[in-house]
Design a protein around this ligand. Sequence first.
Ligand SMILES: [Zn+2]
Ligand SMILES: [Zn+2]
Length: 287
Amino acid sequence: MKIRLWGTRGSLATPGPETVRYGGNTSCVEVVGEDGTRLVLDAGTGIRRLGAILSEESSRVDVLLTHLHMDHIQGLGFFRPLDQPGQDVRVWGPPSSTQDLGTRLGRYLSPPLFPVRLKELPCRLTLHEAPLEPFEIGALRIEAALVCHPGPTLGYRISENGFTVAYIPDHEPVLGAGCIAKDREWISGFELAEGADLLIHDSQYSLAEYPARVGWGHSALSHALQFADKAGVRRFVTFHHDPGRDDDALDRMVNEARMALDLEMEIVAGTEGLQFESESVAFSATM
Ligand SMILES: [Zn+2]
Ligand SMILES: [Zn+2]
């Protein structure tokens, strides 16, 4: 399995000289299985560059949305496969008891907010509510579960040949408690992350910022690390960086967490362009 980060910013795209190292695009992660199955996790602004390099021959692409906040869907209308006649694009999203996925996405992807309606796109587009039981796309096994965040929000766990990546970009597992619960049954998202080789997880706030933002649906980095440690994760990737956090501040935040917490897992700062491969479990930052 290969994993590549195309957008690591949370809430709002934040381009500019002060975010050039970690990147300013919002959530988008590509997962490619050994048989070539390609998943795109979230459609933040980072999805545009990914769409631009996908070859016209790739027969199918699956976009798995965690939820429909704008920072996770804003790039969808600019994803090139949607403009390619005959291209098989399947978009998966969280279930809702009130409106189907097409109606919910169509609120953004229609005038006056967007010039084109979903049904006018030339590709072969199908929309699916992600099942909450395990399912497969190609050789990739996918588990989706609702996690603690405002509105129906999923996290995903994707496995192949004994390697597992968990993706929970918007998540507040300490909500109401201030620390991770002792009993795993009370921890939001625990089963998605348990024993993962790689966890890409919400790390939006510092511990000092968190008290003023309780209930906003995001994690302080140290809370996210407690969660990952409890779940026995091997490598943690910080994600959904606050728009107000520039590169130098992000360096300090991650270095302080590494020094303050005596954890066995590796902590990697989520950087646009960073790639991971399951075979080598090595990573390289190529932009
Ligand atoms: Zn978000
Ligand atoms: Zn959100």
